[in-house]
Design a protein. Structure first.
Length: 237
């Protein structure tokens, strides 16, 4: 009799155990169903394939931006606006490595520009006397150059140089050697350009019978010629 009761209690225990585990099974099933639904949604946007070397490749299936970090090794297309900038620079004769550098800066948010803005910058600098490949060199040094407004940022700097006595024929060479000068702006009638607390002052001096431009970089409230270690600064206005 006792043996029978033990079996009965054992059976009752197993039934209770199975009844308690049932909700857990339902939760797992719901979770699995939710996972499958999310996976099906993800397949609408992209498909993921595993390569033999162990690298995961994301393949775009439809238009639109993907929520994945951009890399030049990913095989999906660039956004239309950035692709236009890339094609513009390539048609200008810029070498591919430099164009890829510009595109990478745009994708990382370091440079904000468009096809029209980039073309405007190139056209203006070429009108000053620079060559297209020289503009490419300048853009590789100055990160934001292709995003600056030609009328409000580039032209005032060129006017400042000519007002300081730089001859028109010497402006292109000076800009080519100091492309970051466009990152500064004139400040009223001050003899220098301003970028935060940084300053650039250009002075034209006679050297060997010909004018020579001296470009001085300094900080706001910098002191010159006041101690044995202080450098000789720009010319006083």
């Amino acid at each position: 009799m006792s043996s029978t009761l033990m079996k009965g209690s054992s059976a009752t225990g197993s039934l209770a155990s199975s009844s308690r585990s049932a909700p857990s099974t339902c939760r797992v099933t719901a979770s699995a169903m939710g996972y499958r639904s999310r996976a099906a949604t993800a397949r609408v946007v992209c498909s993921v394939s595993q390569q033999t070397e162990g690298k995961t490749v994301i393949v775009k299936n439809q238009t639109g931006d993907l929520p994945f970090p951009w890399s030049e090794k990913d095989p999906y297309k660039l956004p239309v606006s950035i692709d236009r900038v890339q094609k513009l620079l390539l048609t200008q004769g810029w070498e591919k490595p430099w164009v890829e550098q510009i595109v990478d800066r745009i994708m990382k948010g370091m440079l904000r520009t468009s096809e029209e803005r980039a073309l405007g910058v190139i056209d203006y600098l070429c009108s000053v006397g620079l060559k297209t490949d020289e503009v490419c060199n300048m853009a590789s040094i100055s990160v934001v150059l292709l995003g600056l407004n030609p009328e409000t940022r580039l032209k005032p700097v060129v006017q400042y140089l000519m007002a300081r006595g730089v001859p028109a024929g010497g402006v292109p060479d000076l800009l080519l050697k100091h492309p970051r000068m466009f990152e500064y702006i004139p400040e009223g009638s001050a003899p220098y350009l301003v970028k935060g607390k940084a300053r650039i002052q250009v002075d034209v001096l006679p050297l060997g019978g010909a004018p020579a431009a001296a470009v001085n970089y300094f900080r706001e409230n910098a002191s010159f010629n006041v101690s044995p270690v202080a450098p000789s600064g720009p010319m006083l206005p």
